[in-house]
Design a protein around this ligand. Structure first.
Ligand SMILES: CC(C)(COP(=O)(O)OP(=O)(O)OC[C@H]1O[C@@H](n2cnc3c(N)ncnc32)[C@H](O)[C@@H]1OP(=O)(O)O)[C@@H](O)C(=O)NCCC(=O)NCCS
Length: 158
């Protein structure tokens, strides 16, 4: 991969829908296909995008983002093609979203799979909450942490 090879294309129409669905099925075989159908349908068309390799003529990553209230961007799914991992693409995808979020003064939040928590921590995400019953952790940017604290009742110590 060189810098000119990969282009970042907003998922503003359905051009890459089939490719995203195929990559989703490959990367998340444990999840139902209805998850990707809904995530695609509900995506925000300004913040969701794919990374396309001109050389291999295929998408090598995608990130689907939903607007969650006026000031929060929720990442529903992101993935890098298995053949293209470990060379910084995932980091670029997330950093590109973080840059847009900062520009637009929005927080970014997500619920990472246990196996990728470290990946997000390296990119500056913090744990903002925990669900013990289902063992999932909510992660967010500093702005999301601040919003979570501000939304607590005044005398809450939880
Ligand atoms: C997680 C994923 C997006 C990482 O993409 P990637 O392109 O391989 O990641 P990068 O090469 O950009 O790695 C960035 C950094 O994170 C680290 N990292 C990547 N995956 C990691 C993991 N699973 N656990 C811990 N660290 C990880 C890298 O070592 C690298 O660290 P460095 O900056 O110190 O060198 C990719 O493995 C993937 O698509 N996984 C399956 C789908 C998934 O789990 N998506 C996220 C949940 S929605």
């Amino acid at each position: 991969m060189n810098d000119d090879d990969v282009v970042y294309v907003k998922a503003s129409d359905d051009t890459y829908y089939r490719d995203v669905k195929a990559l989703f099925s490959q990367v998340f075989p444990e999840f139902d296909r209805s998850d990707i159908i809904k995530s695609w349908e509900w995506r925000d068309k300004n913040y969701s995008y794919v990374s396309y390799s001109k050389k291999s003529k295929r998408i090598i990553a995608f990130i689907l983002v939903q607007l969650d209230g006026p000031s929060n961007l929720y990442v529903s799914y992101m993935a890098v093609h298995p053949d293209e991992r470990g060379i910084g693409i995932g980091a670029i995808v997330v950093k590109t979203l973080l840059k847009m979020a900062k520009r637009d003064q929005k927080a970014v939040s997500l619920i990472p799979l246990t196996r990728v928590r470290k990946f997000y921590e390296k990119l500056g995400f913090y744990m903002t909450g925990k669900n013990h019953a289902y063992n999932f952790h909510c992660y967010g940017t500093r702005r999301a942490v601040k919003a979570a604290h501000e939304s607590r009742p005044p005398h809450s110590h939880s």
